[in-house]
Design a protein around this ligand. Structure first.
Ligand code: C5P
Length: 327
């Protein structure tokens, strides 16, 4: 018997938001037999948000099970059941044992294919919204377990804050002491980069003669974890690492110009975000971030430049779909 899903929460639609992630440290190990790489990473949630509304659709309504995506880059996001938010909804719907028809509306606030986990944030927000809508009452640990089945970064998009990630990135340990606010500039590229292609490029570069020597691997996270306990942005900037950066630069050499523009603008440190091609510029404070954003924007190297900051909260339901997410 399908459950009556219209009663538990009393709601007909639930909206949840989930943040973008950056990797302050991204150490990539060797390719595993399952096609993933072992990671040692420090994730941080930043205040760029995906907004996902999941709604019960009446039986005779034509827009049953539809996925509608709006916002920057929406035309590059699939609207069939391969959409990561749709996969999240389908997972919980089958777990609830219901055939309720659910529509999904996604408002993009995170760059598409930009190395900031926009698709993973959609899945995280969809899990949180569907859990509430169907009255499943899954706790955070159970939601993160479902999240890990959908993608390596999805559990962190639920968790938020700052966390150490191991395994393929899905095993999390919170870094509760890392509370100092960090201001940064996000420079978006014209095109996206595919995450699997960037990982494969790193494997290829490492296998080249001399590759292992030319691409030293990011070491341990201890210096970063220690720096995050303080409030010196320059110290944190000095110990950031991203093993995927050479691979992203190899696939998109123009990113070097973007990184140079940020350095010339006085940022403490420029770095490719995750698998790229978004570039991040870490700044001393908000004033510097505003100045760096203006200067990088003026050089024309980026499609768009945004200010952001972290850490912020993970995925959560919002009562009013227009509401600003919790910080
Ligand atoms: O987990 P997710 O679906 O986000 O991963 C996308 C792709 O990125 C994987 O199919 C894999 O090619 C690559 N990846 C990896 N090692 C990881 C995470 C992702 O090789 N730890």
């Amino acid at each position: 018997m399908p459950r009556d899903v219209s009663t538990p929460a009393g709601a007909r639609a639930v909206t949840a938001v989930a943040p973008a992630k950056i990797n302050l440290h991204l150490g990539v190990g060797d390719l595993r037999a399952d096609g993933f790489h072992d990671l040692l990473t420090v994730y941080r949630a930043v205040d760029l948000w995906e907004r996902v509304t999941v709604a019960l659709v009446d039986g005779d309504d034509a827009d049953d099970d539809e996925v509608v995506v709006t916002g920057p880059g929406a035309d590059q996001v699939p609207t069939d059941r391969t959409n990561l938010a749709a996969r999240a909804v389908d997972l919980l719907r089958s777990e609830a044992g219901t055939d309720a028809r659910l529509s999904i509306r996604i408002v993009k606030g995170v760059p598409v294919a930009g190395g900031m986990a926009g698709g993973s944030a959609d899945a995280a927000a969809a899990l949180v919204a569907t859990d509430r809508l169907l009255g499943l009452g899954l706790g955070r640990a159970a939601l993160e377990e479902r999240a890990a089945r959908l993608g390596s970064d999805v559990p962190f998009c639920i968790r938020g804050g700052t966390a150490l990630g191991t395994g393929r990135g899905e095993t999390l340990a919170p870094l509760l002491h890392a509370r100092a606010e960090q201001h940064l500039v996000v420079a978006l590229a014209d095109d996206g980069l595919s995450t699997p292609v960037v990982f494969a490029e790193l494997d290829r570069l490492r296998a080249e003669p001399g590759g292992a020597r030319e691409l030293p691997r990011a070491g341990g996270v201890e210096p970063l974890v220690e720096a995050l306990a303080g409030d010196d942005p320059a110290r944190v900037a000095g110990v950031l690492a991203n093993d995927l950066e050479p691979a992203a630069l190899s696939l998109m050499p123009a990113l070097r110009r973007t990184l140079r523009a940020g350095a010339e603008a006085g940022a403490l440190r420029g770095m490719v975000s995750g698998s790229g091609p978004t570039c991040l510029f870490f700044c001393a404070d908000r004033e510097q971030a505003i100045a760096v954003a203006a200067e990088v924007s003026e050089t024309g190297v980026a499609r768009e430049v945004r200010l952001t900051r972290g850490p912020v909260a993970g995925a959560h339901v919002i009562d009013n779909p227009q509401q600003t997410p919790e910080q």
